[in-house]
Design a protein around this ligand. Structure first.
Ligand SMILES: Nc1ncnc2c1ncn2[C@@H]1O[C@H](COP(=O)(O)OP(=O)(O)OP(=O)(O)O)[C@@H](O)[C@H]1O
Length: 617
């Protein structure tokens, strides 16, 4: 069940989000240990070198002042060099030059390493996300709350890789600040305290606004998904046809504008408040800096510090202020983004419920007795009504069973239960006498070939579209061609300019779109790709003309001889081919029998059959 995430409200909870940082750093480390180590080492260099430079600067000034005090005649440069009085200062300048080069090189290398690491991490985390998503139950996918969370998790891995630079930048700044503080404490400890106290209001302010920003984003996730959806509707090829014909442009644009404006207004209010308070708090920091500055000038004039000390102290204070400001801003940004890590890691923690048992039973190569539904009931999460209730049904191995019934009668649900996409809410389903839940899930699914009514039109090549049925055999062109011939897709592919290599769909350059019926033939070829024991066609032929559907099913029947087959169709010319027919109504079995028996019975089936037959007369 999707757990409702509470929004972090209190200060502790906000800072508490930082607890995900170690897990985040572990994830970054796992993405690339080498790049992560390099990045941290370079940051360390970048933190320490500036302090060393400031100190060498101080030594230079002191040396120069000392030299300037010693009287010297009207010397030329060569006299200075020969006297040896330039040697000390010269060495110091050379040292500072070397440090400057190290600072420059480590800065450049560090941006290079960080950009490589950010991309590696983003790819790594995306793969983890896809793997996790693949392991989830269909039901967990279908809840809108879960979709919201997935959406936030996805944004976390794609849009928020800056977190990486931020966290490492923080580490660098902390190291830099600590080095400076150690140096400054040696001179005048109380000034550092002044600076730290002055920055406290900014810290608290930033934390507060971050939590507000996150809450805004959190509560806006459903709206943002709506916004993305409306944007997609208004600007994609899949919808262009209906948008034009129904004249939906203005309607969609208006809807987009309405959502977007509310979100913009809320964001603007927050950003303005943040800028105001942030500016006010920052003024405290600046004030502290100037107080410290004045104090240092005074003590230098009083003779407590040398001019070199003064430049070092003033330079260090300025740098420390910059670092602390940066740390503060960075900290609040890190804390803000860490709140989103909650989404990513809580997504990683969702446990699928439809899983293999600890000691799974292997599925036999060929099914012996078949499936038995025992008092099976299923209710979709959040639904009031049962989609299926008290269903007892036997599907003997090798039988061709047809399911008929009005829209919403429960046909697709039954198929999903059979393929163990869901587990029954009540009762159980047996395969060869054992509960489906006892079997190895992957093996079970690999034995079942389903073509759904809403099959996916993959914008891949024609060959790949068929190979979807058994993706491990994507390189086996012979099998793909055979599957295509069996589903009557072969003739369609032969007409494509690039044949099996033809990209399908218009999403990418060079793609060719197919008609609905042509797509269906391609989708049916997927069922032939699988060496499945159980074949299920859930109305994938609705776009085929009556003749084509008859032909497709005829072949399907012949080619799947000996296999357990389930057909769902609203066309009785097809349904009558089945060995056994089940009429579902409101999730229960209303009638069952052969075509002849059901017609002779004069019940619901006969009524529906008569209605359709009359339409053709
Ligand atoms: N994902 C879902 N979440 C909630 N309810 C659902 C979901 N899918 C189907 N239902 C409901 O379950 C019931 C059975 O639906 P099902 O899709 O099994 O019907 P069907 O017989 O296949 O219909 P059709 O002929 O229209 O394909 C319907 O009342 C439907 O509204």
């Amino acid at each position: 069940m999707a757990t409702v995430l509470r929004t972090p409200q209190s200060f502790r909870e906000r800072v508490g989000a930082l607890r995900h940082l170690p897990a985040f750093i572990r994830l970054v480390w796992a993405a690339s240990p080498a790049l992560t180590s390099a990045s941290i080492a370079l940051r360390l260099a970048r933190a320490v070198v500036p302090v060393l430079m400031l100190y060498v600067g101080k030594l230079i000034i002191d040396a120069v002042v000392a030299e300037a005090r010693v009287p010297h005649p009207d010397w030329s440069l060569s006299d200075w060099i020969e006297s040896g009085r330039l040697a000390h200062v010269g060495t110091l300048v050379a040292l500072e030059f070397c440090l400057a080069i190290v600072a420059d090189v480590s800065g450049r290398l560090s941006s290079l390493v960080d950009s490589l690491l950010a991309e590696t991490y983003s790819n790594f985390a995306s793969i983890r996300l896809m793997e996790k998503a693949a392991s989830l139950d269909l039901e967990q996918f279908e809840s809108s709350e879960q979709q919201d969370r997935l959406d936030r998790a996805r944004r976390q891995v794609t849009g928020r890789t800056s977190l990486l630079g931020l966290v490492f930048g923080q580490i660098q700044d902390i190291l830099g600040a600590v080095t400076l503080m150690i140096a400054l404490v040696a001179y005048w400890p109380s000034l550092i305290m002044l600076m730290l106290v002055a920055l406290l209001p900014s810290l608290l302010g930033e934390l507060k606004f971050n939590a507000l920003g996150y809450r805004l984003d959190y509560f806006r996730t459903p709206e943002r998904r709506q916004l993305d959806y409306v944007r997609y509707l208004g600007s994609s090829i899949e919808t262009a046809k209906e948008v034009k014909l129904f004249g939906l442009e203005r309607f969609l644009i208006e809807r987009f504008r309405r959502f977007a404006e509310t979100m913009y207004r809320d964001n603007r209010r927050l950003a303005t408040r943040r800028a105001f308070w942030g500016g006010l708090f920052a003024a405290f920091g600046t004030l502290a800096y100037y107080v410290a500055y004045a104090a240092v000038i005074w003590r230098t004039m009083a003779g407590d510090f040398s001019v070199g000390d003064m430049t070092f102290l003033v330079g260090s204070f300025l740098r420390l202020k910059g670092l602390l400001d940066g740390l503060l801003l960075g900290f609040s940004q890190v804390a803000g983004q860490a709140l989103y890590l909650e989404d990513l890691f809580s997504f990683f923690e969702i446990a699928p419920r439809v899983v293999s048992p600890p000691d799974p039973v292997p599925v036999r190569q060929s099914i012996r007795s078949g499936f038995v539904f025992e008092d099976v009931g299923f209710r979709y999460e959040g639904a009031q009504q049962w989609a299926i209730r008290h269903l007892d049904l036997e599907i003997p191995a090798g039988e061709v069973l047809a399911l008929v019934g009005a829209n919403g009668a429960g046909k697709t649900t039954l198929v999903k239960l059979l393929a163990r996409l869901y587990d029954p809410t009540e009762g159980r389903i047996l395969l060869d006498g054992r509960d489906l839940r006892d079997y190895d899930l992957d093996m079970l699914r690999s034995r079942v070939g389903v073509v759904f009514q809403d099959f996916v039109r993959f914008h891949f090549t024609a060959a790949e579209n068929i190979a979807i049925g058994d993706i491990g055999a994507a390189g086996d062109r012979e099998r793909i061609a055979e599957a295509a011939d069996r589903s009557l897709a072969g003739a369609i592919i032969a007409r494509l300019p690039l044949g099996f290599e033809q990209p399908l769909g218009r999403r990418f350059g060079g793609g060719i779109d197919l008609s609905g019926g042509e797509w269906q033939k391609i989708a049916i070829a997927r069922a032939y790709m699988r060496d499945a024991e159980v074949l299920i066609l859930d109305e994938p032929t609705s776009a085929l003309d009556a003749h084509a559907e008859y032909e497709v099913f005829q072949r399907f029947r012949d080619l799947s001889a000996g296999k357990t087959t389930l057909l769902i169709s609203h066309r009785f010319s097809t349904v009558r081919m089945a060995d056994h027919i089940i009429v579902l109504e409101g999730g229960r079995i209303l009638e069952a029998g052969t075509h002849q028996a059901l017609v002779a019975r004069g019940g619901r089936y006969a009524q529906m059959f008569e209605l359709q037959a009359a339409g053709y007369r």
